[in-house]
Write a new protein. Structure first.
Lengths: 648, 648
């Protein structure tokens, strides 16, 4: 059960078919047009918006693109964009209509019946709604002759038209059956417009719906839009409510993603397309919940409640295995069980459980220890697994012996296996029965009560994908994104947690992909255990010889200047290298071990009051301390060259 | 002469000693405090500003840091930052003075005599200049007791104090000898404040000067400041004028760099420190020019005029060598010379010269062809070389035979060798005499007249360094930065050119460092040759069998819709796969060859009128076409799978 083979194969055939059609703009994905169409089809999309630049660079003629899409099972729902058309002087109108005629010819060959026209940003345009309406009427007439439609969209930075109600006013005045609106969630929600008014628009005039989420950023809206859009559920916009309004108005077209994102533009399009599809499925579920009367029920099992971390599994090798075992023993853990058929040890202390797997799954990087799996307690493991599969999580093949627990596992975006189990259950989901007790009597321990969180560095291209994965698949809620300056570059961090904070996973990523100069711990991972008394735990662990990471005196001097903790507390945390943080909700005491192998370490945390963070303010100090240890051990620096307080 | 060994060794001993002292804030550089201090010292800085977070994470005590800096020859010119001090209620003042006392203790141990106090952003602060002045007076009194000084700085986003004249008004009212101003070019110039008023401030109250450049960005000023600052000469601020004002006021402290930059934060600190020092030396030269009476003369030879590209040298191997030779022949070049002692061929057509080096310098990546050197015509090669060396350019060791030309070469940030020469000269700087004529009669050619530009992808961490390198060392002027969406991610591009556009180098970089999904040409490089008639050249080259890159029909259809070129022109460029661009100054016709080896190709360009760009709008089309050829040749796609117009 505990060593599924890593696999990234997904089953894209079981996309729920009910509800609106799903589409994606080619601009969301990296690659040539051919790459993008293949990725959209593989992820199960029904249709695409074709971005002009993708077509222009393609060796396929429009007719060939049409044929290719048909072969892939994709419709072409929109051709985009047509810019700077309306409210211009007559001679420019002539040129613009000529340009439009060329594009309409192309659309006929392409088999796309709707063109997106963005509100003008041209310096030649004038502020005259009647003129805009008149010229759009002319455009719509030209389109109608060919059986095409024009969807007019207010850009958030349109020169005169930049709100959906203004674009509607122009469409209303133009009054042409081939002219309607394109609504884009980014353009509307980025400006803070109230989307509720969309409910009052006539549904038959809503020609197209483009969806994008975004983080809240203080920047020029055009830059925000062009570089930082996200798939629904990855940002801060209330898209379930937004889509609810649009559907309530009677919109019957596809839900189509249009996401400009610097990372997605250079990431594997097949993975990005799956991420995109997952975002739409999870969005549809939330829209249903908000407005059940409008949308057919999606065949998506609800996320069962989670009740905590069941275990965390580390892959170890000959060198790191004994090192991690010694560290666990010195943290007060006891080796209580041995797997019946595999070289896997169970270590326990209170509710904290760690598995050491000496025959790690294929794909686990060699040379040291790594977190290869995390397991969560699910109220209904089978339902959790069905939900995951429906949401396109790669399901891992199981290799289990007779009578061994039948646990479902999926692969998270970083390759970590995620198990759903019920540790205390009297059935096949209780994995504990796979272990033969070692007979070792639990020691006095060091006060650890359970697992507080697991912290995993994400692959650069998959940070936002990971947050959405845990949100959609496990039902965890993403916490706000934080960024901080670490010694070797900026770090972005975001935790996901269930509503009662029984399961917490802290995701992090370098703000820029690391290059040649990357002297920190590579892709660090750690498991944080909970204690009710960090100082007592630290004292007990020191007695046991735990490899606790030493923190510089300067840190405590600064802490005194900044937060003035009580003198006895300051003295104690200084003595035991415990770090400290405080916010408006409570306090946080935590300490770390040294790195075991190349990238894994442990943390012990005590939460006091309602402190809900992860001590990010202290992370740079931890990183510098880990770096120094690496250099000292590698012989790169000596105490003579750089005098100071070291553990060497 | 033509195969210097690659070396990145620099001589940091010859930093000009005249003029103000030079300092750098540790926050500019990546790494731990120890890494940063080592890098600053190696680059020849006189002093550092120590950023609090760097000290806090260091195992060195403040006294040890002091000692370590002294060993490295560095003074500690500023400790920073102290935030949110002034204009607060009494109980907060008490806490703030306690915090300050802690930091002053630390500064005494550190041997730093000046602390930076940033104008408050605290919600507890009130808008009361007299209160601010009174409390800063109290802080200055506390500092003065220890012989320390307080430098008060208006943050551009300070809550009440965000301009230098406002900060000066408060310092004036406080009237304490230990209280003065810190001026930061970013905070002043980002807001568009007129810095000329600085001339009227009393010099003895200017305690510190922090320098940063920046690109012009439309974003929140705090984000702009924290992520996108640049070293002087890399952005758009007029720093020579700014520094001129500050020196005119009588400022006598160091010129100190304080640059928050996401890329520099994760780049090799030793290289970043050299880049930083080069920026200060080049800035000082420009300040001198602007205000010669205020600054002692810097011992920096002026940049000689450049008169064009002398040659471009490609490293080739057994496979790519014949391929490139065939391509050059088909582009109308003639193999006119053979190096007297090395396996280097000279190919010429008009003023365009290419060297093919079959024994490329060590360090050149194997597997295909690569641009290993570019040579520029200098009015004074020896002076060019002296200037380069003074500006910390790595000087390449020369390996030349007796009687061979004595050319100086330096290494650009991407490792390309840069030679200074005088092709027509009757002396040792004429490299042509190193070649024995082959006796081959020049063919009819294909109309090429010279080298228009060399386009080089830069290493991710060194794009801004490269622009400054060419600006400072060669005296080329950077053109505006452009960004465009390419099939595999966003590309940033910036050209540098001499005032008469005889020498042009186009630098580009991926906006995000490429990851696993990077199917484009890796780090492409190309040499662009000039013609007076692109269509005639294309016709001639087709007759010669040149491997011209085929451009899709869709491109021409779109061009017709967008720019409506004359029908005969459109037909001709469509026939010959010539790309087209137009701007307010003129027109641009250009076409490309296929990729030769793994990354190099050639371009032919015709500039009409004053067109000064590089056809960036067409680059994505070229990239997609190159990608498709690679896939077709690798067997990754077949014409059946993806029907279309191909050259296969």
């Amino acid at each position: 059960m505990l060593a599924p083979e890593m696999s990234t194969s997904t089953r894209h055939r079981h996309i729920p078919a009910s509800g609106p059609r799903r589409a994606i703009a080619t601009v969301c994905l990296s690659g040539t047009l051919e790459d993008k169409l293949a990725a959209a089809a593989a992820a199960g999309f029904d249709g695409v918006e074709i971005f002009e630049n993708d077509l222009v660079a393609s060796p396929l003629s429009p007719a060939q693109v049409r044929e290719h899409c048909a072969d892939l099972g994709l419709t072409i729902d929109l051709y985009q964009p047509f810019r700077d058309f309306e409210a211009v002087p007559p001679e420019l109108l002539t040129a613009n209509l000529r340009r439009a005629a060329h594009k309409f010819d192309l659309m006929e060959q392409l088999g796309a019946d709707t063109v997106l026209v963005c509100s003008s940003v041209s310096p030649s345009a004038v502020d005259d709604d009647d003129l805009a309406a008149e010229q759009l009427h002319a455009l719509a007439s030209l389109a109608a002759e060919r059986g095409l439609r024009v969807a007019y969209e207010a850009l958030a930075w349109g020169r005169f038209v930049n709100t959906y109600d203004h674009s509607w006013e122009i469409v209303r005045r133009a009054d042409h059956p081939a002219l309607g609106l394109c609504l884009d969630s980014f353009h509307i929600l980025s400006r803070g417009s109230d989307p509720a008014g969309i409910r009052d628009l006539p549904g038959e005039k809503l020609f197209f719906l483009q969806l994008a989420d975004a983080p809240r950023l203080e920047m020029d809206v055009l830059q925000w839009s062009r570089h930082h859009r996200l798939f629904p559920g990855q940002g801060v916009f209330d898209l379930p409510a937004f889509v609810g309004h649009v559907l309530a108005a009677g919109y019957g077209g596809p839900l189509s993603l249009e996401v400009f994102n610097d990372v997605f533009r250079q990431a594997d399009p097949e993975r990005a397309a799956v991420d995109a599809m997952r975002s739409l499925l999870a969005l549809q579920e939330r829209v249903e919940t908000a407005a059940p009367e409008r949308v057919p029920v999606l065949d998506l099992p609800a996320a069962p409640d989670l009740a905590g971390h069941a275990f965390t599994e580390l892959a170890v090798d000959e060198v790191s295995g004994p090192q991690v075992s010694r560290a666990l023993a010195a943290l007060g853990f006891t080796h209580t069980g041995q797997h019946r058929s595999k070289p896997v040890q169970l270590w326990q202390q209170g509710g904290a459980r760690v598995l050491l797997n000496a025959a790690p799954p294929r794909g686990t990087s060699p040379g040291g220890a790594a977190v290869c799996a995390l397991a969560v307690e699910s109220a209904d493991p089978a339902r959790s697994a069905r939900r995951a599969e429906t949401l396109l999580a790669p399901v891992l093949p199981r290799t289990r012996g007779a009578d061994e627990a039948d646990l479902s596992a999926i692969a998270a975006p970083d390759g970590t296996s995620v198990f759903f189990c019920r540790t205390g259950a009297d059935d096949a989901t209780s994995w504990l029965s796979d272990f033969t007790p070692t007979g070792a009597a639990p020691g006095a321990g060091a006060g650890l009560t359970g697992t507080d969180h697991v912290a995993l560095t994400q692959p650069f291209d998959h940070f936002d994908e990971a947050a959405l994965f845990y949100r959609a698949v496990l039902g965890l809620e993403p916490e706000p994104v934080t960024e901080f300056a670490a010694p070797f570059g900026l770090i972005r961090s975001r935790a996901v947690a269930d509503p009662s904070h029984e399961v917490r996973i802290a995701l992090s990523v370098a703000l820029l992909r690391r290059g040649e100069w990357a002297p920190g711990v590579p892709d660090p991972q750690h498991v944080a255990f909970a204690t009710d008394d960090a100082i007592a735990s630290a004292r007990a662990m020191r007695a046991l010889g735990a490899p606790v990471l030493e923190i510089p005196d300067n840190y405590y001097d600064d802490l005194d200047a900044r937060l003035a903790p009580p003198a006895d507390l300051l003295a104690a945390i200084r003595e035991y290298s415990v770090l400290y943080d405080r916010d408006e909700y409570g306090e946080f005491l935590h300490f770390y071990t040294e790195v075991l192998g190349s990238r894994v370490f442990f943390e012990v945390v005590q939460r006091i009051g309602g402190y809900a963070g992860y001590g990010a303010v202290n992370a740079p100090v931890r990183m510098a301390a880990h770096r120094r240890l690496r250099m000292v051990r590698a012989g790169g620096i000596t105490d003579r060259a750089l005098p100071g307080r070291t553990s060497a």
